[in-house]
Design a protein around this ligand. Structure first.
Ligand code: ADP
Ligand code: MG
Length: 254
């Protein structure tokens, strides 16, 4: 088992113009873990993910993925190395069936330049790969239905299937429960937990809702005004006075 962290961030900083939004962030994400980055709105979480996933080059610092420096690499290159960001690449096509939605990026990913017969063979393999993922995610029954017919919770499952079919080493989820009601949030949390267990995928998710994070993450990093304020287990974060003061406004029951 490779014990090297899957993601290592060293002194990452980013400014939009002159205004620094994240400053000197260093952290590591363990393989096979469920890790969270939390912080109030405007703390810099999305900026951090954009810098890590290649949306833009950070103004300072370095990003190492799976032992290799990826700072400033274009996003598609980073994706091809196995670092996927959900909700960046996952636009569901409403009129395609569920399985077609999973297949499209897989087929595109496989060389368009292949000879036709090799491509057909590959497509057959990819079809089976897509079916296996839908099965694991619990929506194989809906494989042939247009995506637009699915209930909200199942559409989120399709998004996850699209990501996981590509067998990523690390998945970044930026506020996966944004815009969800409490019931949908609970379903999403349950799904993330299942996926981490069944697929052994490493997830690094951001959230502004502390309750979501406490129930899924093994390790939590707290971002506050662009600085890393604390890191630790949910228990340690819950009891951290600085976190409470800065993030919870002193409240202890959030
Ligand atoms: N493209 C941008 N240009 C200028 N300022 C930005 C841009 N994106 C975000 N910001 C600012 O950076 C800060 C952090 O934003 P963001 O990373 O979206 O935080 P979070 O995801 O934690 O809510 C905010 O003050 C926001 O207004
Ligand atoms: Mg954000």
């Amino acid at each position: 088992m490779n014990s090297q962290p899957i993601l290592k961030i060293a002194h990452l900083g980013h400014s939009y113009g002159k205004f620094p939004v994240i400053r000197d962030i260093s952290l590591e994400v363990d393989r096979g873990s469920l890790t969270a980055l939390i912080g109030p709105n405007g703390a810099g979480k999305t900026t951090f993910y954009n810098a890590v996933s290649g949306r833009f080059r950070p103004t300072r610092g370095q990003v190492f993925f799976d032992g290799r420096e990826i700072t400033g690499m274009p996003a598609h290159k980073i994706v091809s190395l196995g670092l996927l960001r959900s909700f960046q690449i996952t636009n569901i096509f409403p009129n395609l069936t569920v399985i077609e939605n999973v297949l499209v990026p897989l087929v595109l990913q496989h060389g368009k330049s292949c000879a036709l017969w090799r491509r057909l063979q590959a497509e057959d393999k990819l079809y089976r790969q897509a079916e296996a993922v839908l099965d694991k995610i619990g929506i194989l029954d809906a494989a042939g239905r247009p995506a637009c017919e699915l209930a909200y919770g199942d559409r989120r499952r399709v998004e996850m299937a699209i990501v996981l079919a590509r067998q990523p080493k690390l998945v970044l989820l930026d506020e996966p429960t944004a815009g969800m009601n409490p019931e949908e949030t609970e379903q999403m949390v349950q799904l993330i937990r299942e996926l981490a267990e069944h697929f052994g995928t490493t997830f690094f998710l951001t959230e502004h809702d502390m309750r979501v994070v406490f129930s899924v993450a093994a390790k939590i990093f707290v971002l506050h005004q662009g600085h890393l304020l604390a890191a630790g287990s949910p228990q340690a974060i819950r009891e951290n006075r600085r976190v409470r003061e800065a993030y919870l406004g002193g409240s202890t029951d959030a």
